[in-house]
Write a protein that binds this ligand. Structure first.
Ligand code: UDP
Length: 331
């Protein structure tokens, strides 16, 4: 990206947003963060909050007047503010739909309205691998079908809300020429991530460090792949400056697949913990509001072919770094 752009990061005090904002500041951009601290934390930005090129607004992206002011001053918007985390979405279904649908609509609407004819504001929309739903065919390619469960299962509202955001973004691109890039983030992890909203790795690490049972849901044979947050940021930045990324959707994730039970064992070993694995049926955790996707794996050829992107961190590197962070923070 050209030097010294004015960049707005919505959700900039969140786990991924804070890493992105910090990295953009290192690249000498002028960065503005808006975050309502629903899942974000001031602690995430405390290490760089003093930076003179950073402005922070603690407010909701649904505050249209403020968003108008912030977007009018920005060249580029990374729209990361969203209600994420399976547990959060299930416990706050209304708030999560509103933030995810109306929030993206406000960002796109204002970016379009406040753009100049020959100087359009660019938007990178963070979407999610949840949009694929419970499609059984892995790895997922960007143009694969979405397979949804019933509307009585709150989990699927997140998938549908983010899919609607994607439709919105593509419509603004096709009809209005707004330059948008859509990224579907697969499981992303690293320092600053917390387990409060369901994320499995920080939960297992905290359980292992305190020698409590490591709670593997179901039989633990479900699989995921985990990308280091720094690699995810690298991928987003590569796409942001690539002209051929505009109007396109990209998976961002790791190809290294692991079962959740294997993940639990690896964490117990790396922590040298006395914890035992405890299997818990899904019904006990989420009552009847839940369906899991058994397997989730990205096909990352599209981003690789366009930008040469590949992850630098493998799962053990990530786990070691997260374990050392959690040890210093929590114990
Ligand atoms: N999981 C688990 N124990 C936990 C939290 C999560 O076994 O304490 C499982 C969860 O059922 C899923 C996987 O770990 O199969 C990843 O869960 P997470 O919520 O981190 O992300 P998801 O991929 O489901 O969005």
């Amino acid at each position: 990206m050209t030097l010294e752009m004015k960049i707005l990061v919505t959700g900039g005090a969140g786990f991924i947003g804070s890493h992105l904002a910090e990295s953009l500041l290192k690249d000498r951009h002028m960065v503005t963060i808006i975050d309502d601290l629903s899942t974000g934390r001031m602690e995430n930005i405390s290490g760089f909050a003093h930076n003179k090129n950073l402005s922070v607004y603690i407010d909701t992206i649904l505050n249209e007047n403020l968003m108008r002011k912030l977007i009018s001053k920005s060249d580029f918007i990374y729209h990361l503010a969203a209600a994420v985390g399976v547990k959060y979405v299930i416990e706050n279904p209304l708030r999560s739909i509103q933030a995810n649908v109306r929030g993206a609509e406000i960002v796109l609407e204002l970016a379009d309205e406040l753009s100049k004819r020959n100087h359009k504001k660019k938007v990178l929309l963070a979407s999610t691998s949840e949009v694929y739903g419970k499609n059984k065919r892995i790895p997922f390619k960007e143009d694969d079908d979405r397979v949804m469960g019933p509307t009585t299962i709150s989990r699927w509202s997140y998938s549908c809300a983010k899919a609607l955001d994607e439709f919105f973004a593509l419509a603004y691109y096709k009809e209005k020429g707004l330059p948008v890039i859509i990224v579907r983030l697969f499981n992303t992890c690293g320092p600053r991530q917390v387990g409060d909203y369901g994320m499995v790795i920080p939960r297992f690490i905290d359980q292992a460090i305190s020698n409590k049972p490591v709670t593997v849901y179901s039989d633990g044979k479900q699989t995921r792949s985990f990308l280091y947050v720094g690699d995810a940021i690298g991928a987003m930045k590569l796409l942001s400056s690539h002209p051929k990324a505009i109007g396109e959707i990209f998976n961002i994730g790791s190809p290294e697949r692991v079962t959740i039970k294997e993940l639990a064992k690896r964490i117990i070993n790396l922590v040298k913990s006395k914890s035992k694995i405890q299997h818990i049926p899904y019904e006990e955790v989420y009552r009847n509001h839940f369906e899991d996707m058994r397997h989730r794996l990205p096909d990352t050829n599209k981003i690789k072919n366009l930008t040469g992107f590949k992850p630098n961190y493998n799962l053990d590197d990530i786990l070691k770094e997260m374990i050392s962070e959690r040890r210093t923070k929590c114990h």
